[in-house]
Design a binder for this molecule. Structure first.
Ligand code: PLP
Length: 365
């Protein structure tokens, strides 16, 4: 399409998926209607959502112990839904690893519906690290769950392994919005995984929750019907009108990921893409700087600064845009540069970016 979109989300989608959606947009598989125009209770959409769920289950090897739910309200709504569903009352404790802006938001929202506390915070180190020793985190044995954000989209910090929850219920909850389906995950280790779709698996508008079945059905009495997992589990995500088009696109993305050989293959590609970008940063003799601890650098969001300062970063971002590399500006809260390189970012996009970085450095010593 002539440009590479390095946005953090909504993010680039596979060209083949967009082309397929385009071909089917007006007349969905001979029905004479767009899938956007169809009843969510009709046979076409029913087949589409069932296939999307089956393919996602196959991709992540989701065990039968877990429900897959297609929800609305973004991952932000799950910041409330998690404590509402998993805590019996707002007095129930819950533990949070605060490793960046997103887990901090989740923690602050959870404080309204639980006695949330911080088991570990990376704030003092400006969110550039994760706990070196998970065992040393201050977990409350009475907590209903331990919450993590598996990939901090703004700070570029990613869990490579997961902490053992030291609470009686043994529950680990993860916001996987920005690395969902970027690599295999042992779903059985989690009581709840949730993710907005708009980074790796589809357009905005649908949020996926994978929740252990025995945790469904004991939401706090004040829980709005739309935030109660039981509502959606009992109705196969069709309690009300779901985001049909977004779910359909996710289904096409899941098919594409399966066709690539599944998430182990996808992870290899992501490791290679991120590897050449971090190598370029680290080989620049301090010209480009990634502040994140090496072992926890994200494969999805690569934040970096230019040692020459903000004006130089501005010039870098503007010149890159002229060459068709878009949305490289860091999040407004941290500044700098951020390259988001989700599943659908082709290797050629990262190769073009690193060639540009080297050229920029040579031209502006
Ligand atoms: N969690 C993470 C890790 C995110 O990156 C984002 C959005 O970028 C959110 C939560 C919020 O998601 P949403 O905009 O779908 O509410």
């Amino acid at each position: 399409r002539g440009v590479y979109n390095f946005a953090a989300g909504p993010a680039t989608l596979p060209l083949s998926v967009l082309q397929r959606a385009q071909a089917e947009l007006v007349d969905y598989r001979g029905s004479g209607m767009s899938i956007m125009e169809m009843s969510h209770r009709g046979k076409e959409f029913d087949a589409a959502i069932k296939k999307a769920e089956a393919d996602l289950r196959a991709l992540l090897a989701v065990p039968d112990t877990h429900e897959v739910l297609f929800l609305q309200g973004g991952a932000t709504t799950q910041f409330a839904a998690a404590p509402l569903n998993l805590c019996a009352s707002p007095a129930d404790p819950a533990d949070f690893v605060v490793s960046g802006s997103w887990s901090d938001k989740a923690f602050k929202e959870a404080k309204k519906y639980s006695a949330a506390s911080v088991a570990w915070s990376g704030k003092a180190a400006k969110y550039t690290s994760l706990p070196a020793d998970f065992g040393a985190m201050s977990q409350n044995p009475e907590a209903r769950f331990l919450h993590i954000c598996s990939n901090e989209t703004i700070h570029g910090v990613e869990f490579k392994d997961y902490p053992e929850p030291r609470n009686e219920a043994g529950l680990l909850v993860a916001d996987m919005s920005s690395n969902f389906c970027s690599k295999p995950v042992d779903v059985s280790r989690f009581g709840l995984i949730y993710a907005g779709a708009q980074k790796n698996v589809g357009p905005s508008g649908v949020t996926i929750a994978i929740v252990r079945k025995d945790l469904v059905g004991s939401a706090q009495p004040i829980t709005p019907v739309m935030l109660d997992y039981k509502t959606h589990a009992d109705n196969a995500s069709l309690y009300n009108t779901p985001p049909c088009f977004a779910i359909y696109i996710c289904g096409l993305v899941f098919e594409d990921l399966l066709a690539q050989g599944g998430l182990a293959e996808v992870e290899k590609k992501n490791q290679h893409k991120a590897g050449i970008l971090y190598d370029t940063i680290d080989a620049s003799a301090g010209y480009f700087v990634c502040p994140v601890d090496k072992p926890v650098r994200s494969l999805m969001n690569v934040p970096f600064t230019l040692a020459k300062g903000a004006d130089s970063e501005k010039q870098f971002i503007a010149e890159a845009a002229k060459e068709g590399m878009l949305q490289l500006k860091g999040h407004r809260s941290v500044g700098g540069v951020r390259a988001s390189i989700y599943n659908a970012m082709p290797l050629s996009g990262v190769e073009k970016l690193v060639a540009f970085m080297k050229d920029f450095q040579a031209r502006n010593p």
